[in-house]
Each structure stands twice: as C-alpha cells, then as structure tokens.
Ligand binder design. Structure first.
Ligand SMILES: [Zn+2]
Ligand SMILES: [Zn+2]
Length: 348
C-alpha cells in the first residue's frame, strides 16, 4: 500500500509499504479520509517525543473495515467506521476513575503506532475492546465523521468548564478547535457566545458557527468589549482555544465572579509561563482549569452531534488532497488556510 511516512523532522516520504495484517481481535480499516491536526503539524515541524520514527502519522480517520481479525464479534467487513484514536488501557488508576484522557498507558493511533495517512491502518484488539471503532450512519460522510476527535476535545472542554443553560461563553481563537467549542457551547445551552480572533479573514470564516458577537483585538479592546457585552459582570466561561499566553492572561480579566477559565490550547514549549494577577483569581473566586483530548464516550457523543447538525461538520472541510500532496497539505494547515485539510489516500 501507499503511505506518507514521517522519516525525520520535516521529512516525509511517500512510500510503498507492506499492507498491515489484522492481529487476533483487531481490524484493518481501509482509510477513506484522514484530516490533518495541529499535532501532525507539530510532529512534522519539531518532532514529538512520544512518536518513534519512521511513523505513519494521522489520527482523525474514517473508512471501511477491510478485514476482521480472528475472534471479533460485532464488526463486519465493509462496515463504515470512524476511529476514536486515543486507546485507553482501561485498567490504570485514571481509567478506573473514568478519566480516560489521563490514562497512564494511553496509546494514540498515528502517534504511538502507525496511523491514517496510508491506504490501510491496523486497529489493535485493545481499541476494538474499548469501543474505539464506531459505526458511521450512511448519511454522514467519512470527512464529517473524521471530525469526532477534535469535537470530542471540545465536548470534554465544555463539560469540565461546566457550560450550562443561560451562560455567556467567550471562546478565544477561531480555528477548528475554537469553532467546535462555539458549537458545543451552544448545544450545552449557552445563551450568548462571544468569539475572539485576531485575524479578520479567520473571524469571517467562523461565521457559520453562529456566535453572537465577533471580536478582533485588531479592531477593539477585547476585555472591554466582553465587559460591555455582559453588563460589566464578565463571562461565565472563557475557553482559550489558542496557544497564546496573552490570551490566557486576558481570560482571567474577562471572566465573571466564580466563572470558569479553561486553558484549552497548550502554549509553545519554550514559552509556557504566563504572568497572572493572582488577586484576580482570589477575589473573583475563579475556577481555572485545563483540558486536553476527549474520551471514547465523548467521541460517540460528537458523532451524534454531527448527525443532528449541532456540529456543522461540512463547514470544516476546506480542502482535499491525495497522499502525494502530503507536504503541501501540512504547509496549508500550518499557514491556516481553511479549517481542516483532508488527505484522501485513494485520490490521484
Ligand atoms: Zn487531532
Ligand atoms: Zn488507563
């Protein structure tokens, strides 16, 4: 089969590699589509300690089951599926407490093992047992289904930020993660959603999310505007869906008393420290949390939200390319051209 193999930092090769074989209890999925994620860009640009090279990356994938390993029940060849890429061990301290995203032995497809930028991918037995292989209804396209991974992260964020009916929510950052946080916040009952993004074209591109207010720091003072929009009280929840320390600091200023600030976007490795007026947190009784990733349950909820139109998955599909265009696809994702770039391994 053909595969895009990461052989070193900033080095991809389109290679002919042996087809994977199904292990007992595992599956082979014919990859119809695999979206590029920020993690893939990072892995390409800087390497990734968890990833041993050479590696076929790609974790936001959907396709059809090509082969069913021995002893599998409940799946069949030809079944349309999407894969929840984070495989929890199911037995560690955190898994037993239902905290899959903190699993001590978490295995991610496309990071710890070969992933979806190839014509076929092997799904191990543990993933099947943990319910990571999720059937996709006929009326949902593979590309729409592949959005469950980033969408599950937004669901995890809104759950842990306690977004509830009637809330004012600020989302900072209008990339795919920011847009998903807007849509999920709305589904959770947020009354007013304020979306903040510096770049004006990117802010414009996010209008499909139907946020209530669109704010760019190029045009106005963001904290001041949020205070105006909330009668001087601040927002109930602020989700920082970008890698900016400055945005994290501002979030603490614009949140209401006993509000929640979620540091959803990680900061670049070399600048992880921010300056905080700790008295703001003290006197406002602020809850500051961080979230990353999503669980298998949240991936299933994401698929339901895509099916019901609460997440308008089609709007995220910006571009489709084939495996030979892999480096170009990474570049487009890095330059933030569009929301999601998809690699369809059978194109061209
Ligand atoms: Zn991802
Ligand atoms: Zn675990």
């Amino acid at each position: 089969m053909k595969a895009a193999v990461l052989t070193g930092v900033q080095n991809f090769e389109l290679r002919e590699v042996p087809n994977p074989q199904p292990p007992g209890g595992g599956l082979i999925v014919k990859v119809e589509t695999c979206a590029i994620c920020g993690t893939d860009v990072k892995m390409y640009r800087f390497g990734y300690s968890a990833a041993k090279l050479p590696l076929i990356p790609g974790h936001e994938l959907a396709g059809t089951i090509a082969r069913v390993g021995e002893g599998i029940q409940g799946h069949r060849e030809g079944e349309r599926v999407v894969v929840a890429p984070n495989i929890p061990c199911g037995t560690c301290f955190y898994c037993q407490r239902g905290m899959q995203t903190s699993c001590e032995k978490l295995q991610t497809i496309g990071v710890h093992r070969d992933g979806g930028f190839a014509q076929y991918v092997m799904i191990p037995a543990l993933a099947v047992r943990q319910g990571c292989v999720i059937p996709v209804p006929e009326d949902i396209s593979f590309e729409e289904a592949a959005l469950i991974d980033p969408a599950s992260c937004a669901i995890n964020a809104c759950e842990l930020s306690r977004v509830k009916v009637g809330d004012v929510v600020v989302v900072i950052g209008a990339g795919p993660a920011g847009c998903l946080n807007v849509e999920v916040s709305r589904a959770f009952g947020a009354q007013k959603i304020i979306l903040v993004q510096r770049s004006l074209p990117r802010l414009k591109q996010a209008e499909f999310t139907r946020a209530d207010v669109y704010v760019s720091p190029l045009r106005e003072d963001v904290v001041k505007r949020v205070m105006q929009e909330t009668g001087g009280k601040g927002a109930d929840v602020v989700i920082v869906a970008c890698g900016s320390g400055e945005a994290q600091e501002q979030a603490l200023e614009m949140v209401a008393k006993r509000g929640n600030v979620n540091l959803f976007g990680g900061l670049p490795k070399n600048s992880t420290f921010i300056k905080v007026n700790s008295n703001l947190i003290h006197y406002k009784e602020t809850f500051v949390i961080g979230t990353h990733g999503g669980s298998t349950r949240q991936c299933k909820t994401a698929l339901d939200m895509i099916a019901s139109g609460k997440i308008k998955a089609k709007e995220y599909v910006s571009c489709r390319l084939g495996l030979p265009d892999f480096s170009q696809a990474i570049k487009l994702a890095e330059e933030r051209k569009g929301l999601k770039i998809f690699i369809n391994p059978y194109e061209r």
